[in-house]
Design a protein around this ligand. Structure first.
Ligand code: DX5
Ligand code: ZN
Length: 219
């Protein structure tokens, strides 16, 4: 299994995005940049939009991992593709015709991900798991950084690992919310491939070291 780290830009200093991306993502062992898009409807908050993704594409030397927390995400697939997303993840709870949405993301040339809120069961992915490049397990309620990891997420990761292995799916497991150097080892151990980390990376006094600690947690 891979051990990839995706720093989440939500916790960066928005007045210095170029420098933050350069220091924390380009010049570290980070594998991609996670970008949270919110619409004030699917989640009770706003964050990054298309122009910020475009700007990040200009300055970031690694893939952009875009997490859409918006209703009817199918309206904006092409826009995020043009903006430079490599991975595009939509929420299962926000998309009525998920199969069509996933096919469209792939047709545009991006990796297709589906995210599950903490209350959404892994078994709802059974009919689509072999189509997916990535599954994002939310380990906090989406909308805000700096929340505490929900411990039952570990069981969900294990269930998802089993589903992926049994079906021969190539989907990567990404986990997002409340991840730090204390719980990162357990999360990898449960079967995760990619850890998203906002606060524990960008608010650390040494983000480059924090990324390395997450990557090697529990080894
Ligand atoms: C929350 C976002 C996360 C967030 C994680 O809705 O999806 O990506 O940035 O932040 P931390 O690591 O601070 O929990
Ligand atoms: Zn996210």
């Amino acid at each position: 299994m891979a051990r990839l780290i995706a720093p989440s830009l939500l916790a960066a200093d928005f007045g210095r995005l170029q420098q933050e991306i350069d220091a924390v993502v380009n010049k570290s062992e980070a594998d991609m940049l996670h970008m949270d898009v919110m619409d004030g409807l699917f989640v009770p908050n706003f964050s990054i939009g298309i122009p910020v993704v475009e700007a990040a594409r200009k300055y970031c030397t690694k893939p952009l991992d875009v997490h859409l927390m918006i209703v009817k995400p199918e309206r904006y697939l092409e826009a995020f593709h043009s903006a430079g997303a490599s991975f595009l993840t939509v929420h299962l709870e926000a998309s009525k015709h998920l199969n069509r949405t996933i096919q469209e993301i792939k047709r545009l040339g991006m990796k297709a991900g589906v995210s599950l809120n903490p209350h959404t069961t892994v078994s709802l992915l059974e009919e689509i798991i072999t189509e997916l490049d990535l599954v994002l397990i939310m380990s906090v309620n989406p909308g805000f950084g700096g929340q505490r990891f929900i411990p039952s997420s570990l069981d969900k990761i294990k269930k998802l690992r089993k589903l992926i292995d049994e079906t021969g799916s190539h989907a990567l497991i990404e986990v997002d919310g409340g991840i730090d150097e204390i719980n990162a080892g357990m999360i990898f151990e449960a079967g995760a491939d990619i850890l998203v980390a906002g606060t524990s990376v960008f608010r650390s006094s040494d983000p480059v070291k924090a990324i390395l600690q997450l990557k090697n947690a529990g080894l």
